[in-house]
Every structure is written in structure tokens, then in C-alpha cells.
Design a protein around this ligand. Structure first.
Ligand code: SAM
Ligand code: SF4
Length: 339
């Protein structure tokens, strides 16, 4: 890997702000579109084409863009994919982010490779982790992920909880008729394990285009069902946070409800996304993405790239349009964007 350049001073470079005055402080970086799972709500059962290696940004290219973006005021970076742990070199990339002085570095993973990688990730500078777990029932887990990795994912959660990584968040995407019968079991899991259990509404970003409105489980329904069993109180959250958070009045554990469909949180959105092939996206549901790879490979200077990024961010959408009658899902699905 090449040497890092110095980070431009944010005060002189200027922060990233869109035309609605929202300040952009969070970056989600997808480092690969490959994945060792085929979750039914994300990927297709059929073999899909992965992007050719040369189309992906190299670690040096990702590192350069991260440096530029950090110079523009990015404070949180989440490394994601596809499955980020299948691309060799993630730990080194996290170490680069740490060297850039990013205050908050997190990783979203399906957990399959986590147990054996946890220590190295922490040594590299990882602060926080989100692990996906869509069922506590082995057979159902296999059906959803189209793998037999339940024990390995549970071992990954164990490793994360035994490590200094905090908080440990476990994410479940609820799909009606598939795993929505497990809401109470997941809440009990959060209580027993003293972790943050987050429920994500299924979004129209699946490869099979099977999403329909009756398949997503509204966050309010989840809250009501859990509260019927265990009283909860809301926890204060930052305006830009995606999750509404609750703690139990009588015990450990926390619940997070992420409701992009039923209660969109676009008004305070502080995020941009960089795809593994070098496109900047200002919304999960953007119709267009913006190519930065061409600039990087065409010899553009940092100042030229900064100018391009500012222009892209300025045009960030007011919000997504999932609930509009003329909504059309983006051509890129979740695995090619990075969640
Ligand atoms: N492979 C890693 C994982 O599964 O945690 C990281 C990438 S995955 C695309 C990031 C997050 O997006 C996961 O929490 C996953 O459950 C979520 N996700 C994928 N497809 C989704 C969909 N159609 N609706 C809502 N969330 C989705
Ligand atoms: Fe892979 Fe994550 Fe998509 Fe599941 S949700 S298929 S683990 S990228």
C-alpha cells in the first residue's frame, strides 16, 4: 500500500453540506459486492455476476477517497458490502481509517468469518460492530441465508461480546410470514445476552424484486408486541440516527427499530455511500450514482475530486420515495450498494 497523504484541514477544505443544509458526516463504504450468503431479502438464489476485480476500487483508491472525505468532515465510517470480511485486506483498510483519525469506525458483517477475525479487526482500530442474524431457529436461518452457518454466526456474536467492541448490535430484517414470528424471541435474546437487537424494515432493494408492501413489518407493530411482554422506555438518540432506541425498564438489553418504510428518517440524514466500484450515492434509493473511479484513474487532483464530491452532495435528494405511487426501485440492489 502507498503512503497516506496528510488530511486536508476541514476548516479550510470546508464541511460537506447539501442544499437543504444537512451536514454530511457519515460514510458507508462497500468494499466488495461479493458475499458468502444469499439472504432471500437481498441476493438472488441464482448465481450472479460479481463485478470484475479491475472494476473495484483498489485499497489505495479507497484509502485516497477516504482521506479526501475525512478532510471534508466525515466523522463516522462504516465498512460494509456485500460481505466485507470476504475481501482480503479489510483489517489494513481499517488501520488506514484509524491513521486518518476517523473517530468512529464500524463494520457490518453477516458474522460468518467474525470469530477468527475479531482480534485482528480490533487491533486494526475497529470500534463497533453490527452483526446480521435473521433467525434464532437454525432451520429458518439456513432457509433465509441459504447457508448452514448458524453456529458460526453465533460464535461470531460470542466473540464480539467477549471483545472490547462496544456496542455490539445484532440486526434482523423482518419479512412477513418468514421470521416475524420471532420478534419476542429476539427481544428475549437481547435481554439474555445484554446486547442491542435491531429490527430493520424490509426495503425494496432485493435482487429478486419480490418486495411488496405487505411483506414489510412496521416498526410500530414490533414495538407494541415487545412492550406487551416487557415494558420499555425510549432512549434519546441523535437526530441523524437511523434507529429509534428503547431500553427495558426491568432488565438488560436494548431494542432498536429502523423504519425506513413506515417512518422515513430522511430529514436529518447525514450519510453518503461509496460503492465498491467507486460510485458515490447520496441515498440508498438514488436513481443515479456518481462515478469517482473515472476521476481517480484519470489522474484528477484532490481539488478536482473535492469539487466533484461537493457538487454531488449538494444535489442529495430531499428523501426517498418508497411511499409514492410512482416509486421505482433503484437498478442497484442492496448487495451492490452496501447497507
Ligand atoms: N453482509 C453484511 C451483512 O449482511 O450484515 C453487510 C452488508 S448487508 C447488505 C447490510 C445490511 O443490509 C444487513 O443488515 C442486511 O440485513 C441489510 N439488508 C439487505 N437487504 C435488505 C433489504 N432488502 N431490506 C432491508 N435491509 C436489507
Ligand atoms: Fe450477503 Fe449481507 Fe446481503 Fe445477506 S444481507 S446476502 S449477508 S450482503
Amino acid at each position: 500500500m502507498t503512503q497516506l497523504h496528510s488530511v486536508p484541514d476541514a476548516a479550510t477544505a470546508g464541511q460537506l453540506t447539501d442544499k437543504f443544509g444537512r451536514q454530511i458526516t457519515d460514510l458507508r463504504v462497500s468494499v466488495t459486492d461479493r458475499c458468502n450468503f444469499r439472504c432471500v431479502y437481498c441476493r438472488s438464489a441464482n448465481p450472479e455476476n460479481h463485478m470484475a476485480e479491475h472494476n473495484l476500487l483498489s485499497w489505495d483508491e479507497l484509502g485516497r477517497l477516504a482521506r479526501i472525505l475525512v478532510g471534508l468532515g466525515i466523522k463516522k465510517v462504516r465498512v460494509t458490502g456485500g460481505e466485507p470480511l470476504v475481501r482480503p485486506g479489510v483489517e489494513e483498510f481499517i488501520a488506514r481509517l484509524r491513521a486518518l483519525g476517523v473517530p468512529d469506525i464500524s463494520l457490518t458483517t453477516n458474522g460468518q468469518l467474525l470469530a477468527e477475525r475479531c482480534e485482528r479487526l480490533i487491533a486494526a482500530g475497529l470500534n463497533r460492530i453490527n452483526i446480521s442474524l435473521d433467525s434464532l431457529d437454525r432451520a429458518k436461518f439456513d432457509k433465509i441465508t441459504r447457508t448452514r452457518s448458524f453456529d458460526r454466526v453465533m460464535a461470531g456474536i460470542d466473540a464480539a461480546q467477549a471483545s472490547p467492541l462496544r456496542p455490539v448490535k445484532v440486526n434482523a430484517v423482518l419479512v412477513r410470514g418468514l421470521n416475524d414470528d420471532e420478534v419476542e424471541a429476539f427481544a428475549a435474546f437481547a435481554r439474555e445476552r445484554d446486547l442491542i437487537m435491531r429490527f430493520i424494515e424490509f426495503m425494496p432493494l432485493d435482487a429478486d424484486r419480490a418486495w411488496t408492501r405487505d411483506l414489510f413489518v412496521p416498526a410500530e407493530e414490533v414495538r407494541r408486541r415487545i412492550e406487551a411482554r416487557w415494558p420499555m422506555v425510549p432512549i434519546a438518540h441523535e437526530r441523524s440516527e437511523t434507529a429509534r432506541k428503547y431500553r427495558f425498564t426491568d432488565g438488560r438489553g436494548e431494542i432498536g427499530l429502523i423504519a425506513p418504510v413506515s417512518q422515513p428518517f430522511c430529514g436529518f440524514c447525514s450519510r453518503v455511500r461509496l460503492t465498491a466500484d467507486g460510485k458515490l450515492r447520496t441515498c440508498l434509493f438514488s436513481k443515479d450514482d456518481h462515478d469517482l473511479k473515472g476521476l481517480l484513474r484519470g489522474g484528477a487532483s484532490d481539488q478536482e475530486i473535492i469539487g466533484e464530491i461537493r457538487g454531488i452532495v449538494m444535489e442529495k435528494e430531499a428523501g426517498h420515495r418508497i411511499n409514492e405511487p410512482d416509486f421505482v426501485p433503484p437498478s442497484r440492489t442492496m448487495v451492490y450498494i452496501g447497507g
